[in-house]
Design a protein around this ligand. Structure first.
Ligand code: GLC
Length: 694
């Protein structure tokens, strides 16, 4: 193309819409149709005549999934499809660090480009409505404000690498049981105040280029062909200009898809020409039953994403893979996402110089977790297990012994061997929790309870009886702990910490890193304390094909605080090896809201980071509002003795609730309590602010 004039659609100097218009005008109707449906498991067809390459999509939220066969769900068996395995989404959320989320998205975007991908199928931002949902590990927890801030960083990072993110699953896909058919009924306030904000932020603040419709129905219409969600809210109200793709097999009717906002149909069925947006759609257009303008709008959105991600340009970013920088980000996310939940008498950090023998016990100490969980799985270049991390960190200084303790099936002899091991050690590091076996933290099915599997409750009790200095590390999402929690001196929640997880855990256990993670979801004492378990089967998992979100706004801490139920560990909670003090709260009214200023001091003897959280409580709400709502947070890194003044600004709209009669957000003039602290239940600073009429 040297010397001769580039056609406008190929000319990067042309405005985006002009390039889209030019390319659209050159496509035949058959070529247009070929762009809006899959031609293999993770691709759409090329248009060689115009130099449009085949488009590659790939999972997922934790990194670039191994290549899957073109027409199966089986791995393609390639040897060049490894990737950096980031910690699970819930671990990233537990960092409460949007800058780190950007870094993670940037790494995944670079690796996606290096692996030749065009659209990455993540992040997943569905709200943790029930702790039983099999995919909670992939998402960002129970609070819409936290999920919004964390997904915006991630998407900005990923899309900065000439890749389209694809925020999912839009919307109200909060359970895996019956996910393909379940009809969700939720009221407008829960919809707009709890389940939509992260998606809205992805569109309005991060400029996400793709959205994946969910498998479930909402108010009787499948989410992949939902007039209200796709045409009205996403495209009209929010002004979304990118493409909406179906989850795999989430489309159900040609006319519904054509008219209700689906722009790209992906699927499991291999008869791609028969997809709803393939031959059947072409036939209906050619028969005059559906307008050509509808097809053009779908194609326009696909072309917009292609051109915006420089798919047709010669200078597209090449990416990189498994660099030292990528490994560092993977480790930092784990280090900042692991949450210290208990640390009696400064049990942690351990001083290896004063320990002769460490017993590492538990199958999860050696289990590889990255390559599990279904679509978010990663074929990692390597995975540092907890045992490997501990050996690497202190193996030359202390005697490390290991015992599996438990596994699926086998029992008593493992327990006896583990007890013997515990008795012979100065300290026990127990690594247990969940895994990605179906029925635990895995796509496609929900958990049946919150119990630790494989007899771990009894095992932990026996271990701590054999050796009181038993530190418990749990991988996976939340479990019930009351069987042993009061007898255990220290507890860490490690989630699924990714391929550098063992190194991050060891760094925390031995004090190289001061833990700073905070819970992105409430840890209940009992499943029965949770909102989705409090109104019978109709509320979860649903009856007669419908699940009713009876709890409305009261999800997570909103439920526990409004109903004054004591959690095991509250939302936003996490300990440090140092201590922090809050003081000197000031409220400075601004032209459109309020600036909240306060001092935060590291009152301990080691550097550390605190996530200062801001909650609002409306004093005289016209409509019911939860006891408190997260409306701001800042992660502050402080040296020992250092004090910083922290400033969090609130816009008027941050005081608003969604009014179902006015169909919009209303910031009611009223008194608001401003609450500041390091956990939703430890808010030492508070003051009242009167929001004046506009
Ligand atoms: C799955 C998941 C979705 C994933 C897609 C492709 O069913 O719901 O998150 O991106 O199919 O694997």
């Amino acid at each position: 193309m040297h010397g001769e004039q580039l056609p406008p659609f190929r000319d990067p100097s042309q405005p985006l819409e002009a390039r889209v218009d030019d390319l659209l005008s050159r496509l035949t109707i058959e070529e247009k149709i070929s762009i809006i449906h899959a031609d293999s498991k993770f691709t759409t067809a090329a248009v060689p005549r115009l130099g449009i390459p085949r488009r590659w999509l790939s999972d997922g939220p934790h990194g670039v999934r191994e290549d899957i066969g073109p027409d199966t769900w089986m791995p393609a068996g390639h040897t060049d499809d490894f990737a950096t395995a980031m910690p699970a989404g819930i671990c990233l959320a537990a960092t409460w660090n949007p800058d780190l989320s950007f870094d993670e998205g940037e790494v995944i975007g670079q690796e996606a480009r290096a692996r030749g991908k065009d659209i990455m199928l993540g992040p997943g931002v569905n709200i943790l409505r029930t702790p039983l949902c099999g995919r909670n590990f992939e998402y960002f927890g129970e609070d819409p404000w936290l999920a919004s801030k964390m997904c915006v960083g991630y998407i900005r990072g990923e899309q900065s690498e000439d890749i389209s993110s694809c925020v999912k699953h839009f919307a109200l896909n909060n359970q895996e049981d019956d996910r393909g058919t379940i009809n969700v009924e939720a009221d407008d306030r829960a919809l707009h105040e709890i389940y939509l904000p992260a998606f809205k932020a992805a569109v309005e603040q991060a400029g996400v280029w793709s959205v994946m419709g969910a498998y479930n129905q909402f108010r009787g219409q499948h989410c992949c062909e939902n007039e209200l969600l796709l045409n009205q809210i996403l495209k009209k109200d929010w002004g979304f200009k990118g493409l909406v793709m179906s989850d795999w097999g989430g489309a159900h009717d040609t006319r519904e898809c054509a008219l209700n906002g689906l722009d790209l149909e992906m699927g499991t069925d291999t008869n791609y020409d028969n997809y709803y947006l393939a031959r059947p759609y072409l036939d209906m257009i050619q028969a005059g039953e559906l307008p050509m303008t509808g097809l053009d709008e779908k194609v326009r959105r696909n072309l917009r994403v292609m051109i915006a991600t420089h798919m047709l340009d010669f200078n597209r970013k090449p990416g990189s893979i498994n660099t030292a920088a990528h490994q560092t980000v993977a480790r930092r996310v784990a280090e900042e996402g692991i949450v210290l939940l208990k640390n009696q008498n400064h049990t942690l950090p351990l001083d290896p110089a004063r320990i002769k023998t460490i017993a590492v016990i538990g199958e999860n100490a050696v289990r590889l977790q990255a390559h599990g969980g279904e679509s978010s799985e990663i074929k990692a270049f390597y995975e540092i297990t907890p045992l490997a991390g501990i050996l690497s960190r202190v193996g030359s200084k202390a005697n490390i012994i290991f015992s599996e303790g438990y596994c699926k099936g086998a029992r008593q002899d493992l327990v006896e061997r583990a007890i013997t091991c515990a008795k012979s050690a100065d300290v026990v590091i127990y690594v247990g929790g969940l895994n990605h076996d179906p029925g635990y933290d895995c796509e496609g099915a929900d958990r049946k309870d919150l119990k630790l599997p494989y007899g771990q409750d009894e095992l932990i009790q026996e271990l701590v009886a054999a050796n009181p200095k038993t530190i418990v590390v749990l991988e996976g999402t939340m479990v019930e702990m009351h069987a042993w929690l009061d007898r255990v001196p220290a507890l860490l929640q490690a989630w699924y910490p990714g391929m550098e997880g063992g190194n991050a855990l060891a760094a925390i256990l031995f004090g190289d890193v001061n833990p700073s993670g905070k819970l992105p979801a409430t840890f209940p004492k009992e499943l029965s304390d949770t909102p989705a378990a409090s109104f019978g089967a109709a509320t979860y998992p649903g009856t007669n094909g419908t699940v009713a979100y009876t709890e409305g706004l009261l999800v997570g801490y909103r439920w526990f605080d409004t109903r004054q139920i004591e959690p095991e560990f509250p939302f936003g909670f996490g300990l440090s090896y140092t201590t922090f003090a809050y003081s000197n709260l000031k409220l400075i009214p601004t032209w459109d809201g309020l600036t909240v200023r306060f001092d935060l001091k590291n009152t301990g003897d080691r550097a550390g980071a605190e996530v200062a959280q801001l909650y609002l409580h409306e004093m005289n709400p016209r409509l019911m509002r939860p006891a408190k709502e997260l409306k701001g947070f800042k992660k502050v890194f402080l040296q020992p003795g250092e004090k910083q003044t922290v400033s969090i600004s609130l816009a008027r709209n941050d005081f608003a609730y969604y009014d179902p009669v006015q169909h919009g957000w209303v910031a009611q003039p009223d008194d608001f309590e401003i609450l500041i602290g390091g956990s939703s239940r430890e808010l030492p600073l508070h003051a009242n602010f009167h929001l004046k009429p506009q």
